[in-house]
Design a binder for this molecule. Structure first.
Ligand code: BTN
Length: 279
């Protein structure tokens, strides 16, 4: 890492907390003043930033408007699950995307684009060994610190808008997680022993994502597929994919052009899996 980059990293990481405790970390609310003129909608608490973003989209909010909340009372995960979103420790936000509706656009890889860009950003800035797991998980080691929930409003042949919801565990300690997810969850604080400036991190990530989505709308998934493959923890592994109503076991061979997983079963047949989760 270059010297100038190290300086930037240090500006982002506020301080070390050896054996840190909750008191050291409070209060840490996002700095509202930094959000002016950026189409950022800030809330102390919401049910879900995805739901707020959807409402704003229906009211005509412009592309790249971003809803961020200190806390989500009913944070939503994929496959109907919840997403643990306590106050002031993580980043919970949703971005509204409006792909140009003048032509056909395949939005299916949106989640993979988001994961690849986040992994690349966190690796480059902080030298964190972030990996992406198909389709929407961000991992360090085998533990999850981030997830993406992409929702779409479309008519036949036309996308009205997309909402990309991102949850990142930043300044939580192990003891902050409920028992049922504690074993498999982590945060940037747990991994580095350092507190992160969430405002700074959020603004940088938001800018990176806007830049990436503009490229995605112009050129599709191809500028991102190599990046995703570089950081993935999925390909080459024998995995079980499950979805509501079914499961399939096989070797994860690669990605289709639209981001679907190509899975080879024990008979050698290759299946295209568009939806599900790896267990
Ligand atoms: C998952 O891994 O299942 C996806 C988790 C997505 C969580 C984020 S937090 C911000 C946005 N609002 C939500 O209700 N969910 C997403």
């Amino acid at each position: 890492m270059k010297k100038t980059e190290k300086l930037k990293v240090n500006r982002l990481i506020e301080n070390q907390i050896p054996g840190g405790n909750r008191h050291d970390r409070m209060p840490d609310l996002l700095d509202l003043q930094r959000f002016e003129n950026k189409n950022i909608y800030y809330y102390k608490a919401v049910d879900s930033t995805n739901l707020v973003a959807r409402k704003l989209a229906e009211e005509g909010a412009c592309a790249f408007s971003t809803v961020v909340a200190e806390e989500q009372k009913k944070g939503r995960g994929r496959l109907g699950r919840g997403w643990f979103s306590p106050r002031g420790t993580g980043l919970w936000f949703s971005m509204l995307l409006r792909p140009d509706d003048s032509g056909y656009f395949d939005a299916s890889p949106s989640t993979l684009v988001t994961a690849a860009v986040l992994a690349d950003f966190l690796r480059t800035r902080f030298e964190l060994p972030v990996q992406v797991k198909w389709p929407n998980d961000l991992l360090i080691g085998k533990k999850k610190f981030g997830g993406i929930l992409t929702e779409i409003k479309a008519e036949f042949g036309r996308i009205n808008y997309l909402i990309v919801g991102i949850g990142l565990n930043i300044n939580q300690l192990e003891t902050d997680f409920p028992a049922e997810i504690g074993q498999k969850s982590t945060s940037l604080l747990i991994e580095t022993g350092r507190l992160f400036n969430r405002t700074e991190l959020f603004l940088l990530i938001r800018d990176e994502l806007e830049k990436a989505y503009r490229l995605f709308f112009a050129e599709g998934f191809s500028p991102f597929s190599r990046l995703w493959e570089k950081y993935n923890s999925t390909l080459g592994q024998t995995v079980t994919v499950c979805w509501p109503g079914g499961t399939m076991r096989g070797k994860a061979l690669g990605l289709a052009k639209n981001g679907a997983l190509l899975l080879q079963d024990k008979d050698g047949d290759i299946h295209t899996v568009n939806y599900g989760e790896l267990i």
